[in-house]
Design a binder for this molecule. Structure first.
Ligand SMILES: NC(=O)c1ccc[n+]([C@@H]2O[C@H](COP(=O)([O-])OP(=O)(O)OC[C@H]3O[C@@H](n4cnc5c(N)ncnc54)[C@H](O)[C@@H]3O)[C@@H](O)[C@H]2O)c1
Length: 361
């Protein structure tokens, strides 16, 4: 099994541990906290609680667990209030630790609760979806949604440790696994051509022997981007490269209505759009676009909108995206398969053509 990685951020550095079953390691962490008299609390959602009750018990014993309702709705002011109340009930002091055990929703919500509780306590990420393992549990972006938009309120708060135990994926629904694959394919496209070639040669399955290794490679790419540009302030490249496919994808999620597409499904369409835009800009050719579409389709993900959405609305949603900089839209494009770059100043006509290429009306 692959060894740990370190996200190197000076005093905020932390390890990412990988393994088939790391329940015993978490139990040891809990024992250490108890021995040191440090309070801790556990946040999860009711789906994971029901699906993996024995793993939860093995990790945390009889410790109190707050299980919120599953889904994006938990990442709300209401949900945040419930976590704060729970931390208060459990008398979690400044020495305390919050374990966020779940998908990206739980990681983002728990991370923001930890960032704000007593002005910041330690938190550990225990991701349980493929998306959370390869993406949201690493990098310290935390937050909640408000009526005005997704992820508009949040903080950079790095976890103290990330423990990735692939056995957690045994109960993940197939559609959620596929959604996580969109982010895996993204890493191949933006900085790991070998990974992309491996996915082309044989699609990754939940039971693939290489799963833990692939997750580790994705985390290594994410760690590199985060280390180079922790707060996404670089003028070119940096952490923004992780948004490959996301400018288009967020617009699709927003216009289709949240829930129509899983985040990863919208990102998959966004990756196809990014490939088309790169072609429209003359960086890659027809055959590269087809290769991107084939890998995405081979992982049970959409390459085009299922039902046409109006371009005008998609464009409006794009310009509302918080990642849009003063001075206009900034896209992440492919210079080749395995190398991405940020690109400003794209002609509006090209954006329109690109959206039509993936099925906008
Ligand atoms: N912070 C970041 O850098 C970052 C990056 C990408 C996405 N995100 C956020 O992540 C969220 C999406 O994350 P997600 O796709 O993991 O969604 P999610 O947390 O909603 O989990 C998906 C579904 O799987 C269920 N589930 C989780 N683990 C399970 C398991 N092991 N067995 C059975 N069911 C399980 C959940 O209950 C839920 O129904 C979004 O809110 C997005 O904004 C954050």
């Amino acid at each position: 099994m692959s060894g740990p990685l370190t996200v190197s951020l000076g005093e905020r550095s932390y390890p990412i541990l990988f393994g088939d079953d790391l329940v015993a390691g978490i139990r040891a962490d809990v024992k250490e906290l108890r021995a040191a008299g440090r309070p801790f609390a556990v946040l999860t959602d009711t789906n994971f609680q029901a699906a993996q009750a024995s793993a939860l018990a093995a990790m945390f014993g009889a410790a109190p667990v707050l299980a919120v309702a599953p889904g994006e709705g938990a990442k709300s002011l209401d949900g945040l209030g419930r976590v704060w109340d729970f931390l208060a009930e459990q008398r979690v002091n400044r020495e305390g630790v919050l374990f966020a055990v779940g998908g990206g929703v739980i990681g983002d919500l728990g991370g923001f609760a930890a960032a704000s509780w007593l002005r910041g306590i330690e938190f550990h990420q225990v991701p349980t979806t493929l998306l959370a393992m390869v993406d949201s549990s690493v990098g310290g972006k935390t937050g909640i949604n408000i009526t005005a938009g997704k992820n508009l309120v949040g903080a950079f708060h790095q976890p103290r440790k990330v423990t990735i135990s692939t056995a957690m994926l045994a109960t993940l629904p197939a559609r959620e696994f596929a959604a996580g694959m969109a982010e895996v394919i993204k890493y191949g496209l933006l900085g790991d051509p070998e990974l992309f070639a491996d996915l082309e040669a044989s699609p990754l399955q939940p039971g693939s022997a290489s799963l833990a290794d692939v997750i580790r490679r994705c985390c290594a790419t994410k760690a590199r981007c985060v280390e180079a540009d922790e707060r996404e302030t670089a003028k070119e490249g940096g952490r923004a490269l992780l948004n490959l496919g996301h400018t288009f994808g967020h617009a699709v999620e927003n216009v289709a209505g949240y829930g129509q597409y899983l985040h990863g499904e919208a990102v998959a369409i966004g990756l196809c759009a990014a490939a088309r835009l790169s072609q429209n800009l003359g960086y890659i050719g027809d055959s590269e676009v087809s290769r991107v579409e084939q890998v995405i389709a081979a992982h049970d993900l959409p390459t085009r909108l299922r039902v046409a959405l109006p371009y005008a609305e998609l464009h409006a949603a794009m310009t509302r995206d918080k990642k849009v900089r003063a001075g206009g839209l900034r896209f992440v494009v492919l210079k080749r398969l395995g190398e991405a770059a940020t690109q400003s100043g794209v002609a509006p006509e090209l954006v329109k053509t690109t959206f039509h290429d993936v099925g906008a009306s």
